[in-house]
Design a protein around this ligand. Structure first.
Ligand code: CTP
Ligand code: MG
Length: 242
């Protein structure tokens, strides 16, 4: 809490992954999209938002690159820490949680370049109200549960299914406690932060609509889609400036 009684927010940008599904020479979080490294985009979105600090998590060997070529170069003054991540996503999150110093935390995949101001505002308002929320969207495809040989065994009702995006947002102290318990239990099948809160915390998770454009760049074709979205965004900017 600030002196003026305002609540404080930390954004965590995760960029410590291997990017193995991208199969690229340069790690996907540093691949260029319209001339800028992928993680430039979520960092810029948070820099221009009202969050108070940004914690960037990356691999040990990339810390100085991130400091010089991204944080300093683009003037991301809200970045308070650049920390070394872990082998799995949840280990990277845990490293950031140790440093976060705020009332609320927004945990963001660095590979989601299309985070925008609207989504950040919705996320910040919702976490204040619900104390635990995740940005997501209703799924468009029918989803099947399959067995180990890929035979369909069940078709869940699509209207009850949402795909998770980021940011995933919590009361900082609560998610830190939940993560601590999870680490002590040596749980390993963790693919998002909401799972940790569901299993080791006390809060129910409220889902908040993000956007179908808020994709995670994962495989090579996502870069093509990403380029198309970026071009569209620039075109719109030009239109509105006229
Ligand atoms: N991430 C991280 N630390 C890890 C693993 C992932 O900070 N140990 C980050 C990634 O850099 C990415 C986000 O978490 O921004 C979402 O993960 P994902 O899309 O799976 O990225 P990677 O793990 O890098 O890719 P892959 O699974 O294809 O190897
Ligand atoms: Mg991964």
């Amino acid at each position: 809490m600030k002196e003026n009684g305002k609540e404080t927010y930390t954004a965590v940008v995760l960029a410590a992954g291997k990017g193995s599904r991208m199969k690229s020479r340069v790690k996907k979080q540093f691949m260029k999209l319209m001339g800028r490294p992928l993680i430039f985009y979520p960092l810029r979105a948070f820099q221009e938002s009202t969050v108070d600090e940004i914690i960037l998590v990356t691999e040990k060997d990339s810390i100085s690159y991130c400091r010089e070529k991204i944080v300093k170069r683009y003037g991301f003054t809200k970045v308070s820490h650049i920390v070394s991540g872990g082998k799995e996503r949840y280990e990277s999150v845990y490293e950031a949680l140790k440093r976060a110093n705020s009332d609320y935390i927004l945990i963001q995949d660095g590979a989601r370049a299309f985070l925008n101001d609207d989504i950040i505002i919705r996320a910040m308002e919702a976490v204040k109200k619900y104390k635990a929320c995740v940005i997501g969207m209703p799924v468009k495809d029918t989803i099947k549960i399959v067995d180990k040989d890929h035979y369909a065994i069940e078709t869940p009702d699509r209207s009850t299914l949402w795909q998770m995006q980021t940011p995933q947002c919590f009361v900082t102290e609560e998610i830190r406690e939940a993560y601590k318990k999870m680490m002590e239990a040596q749980e390993q099948n963790v693919t998002d932060d909401a799972m940790v809160m569901e299993k080791y915390g006390e809060r129910r998770i409220k889902l908040i609509e993000g956007s179908y454009k808020n994709i995670k760049i994962t495989t090579p074709e996502d870069m093509l889609i990403g380029k198309a979205f970026m071009k569209m965004r620039r075109f719109k900017h030009k239109l509105f400036k006229k």
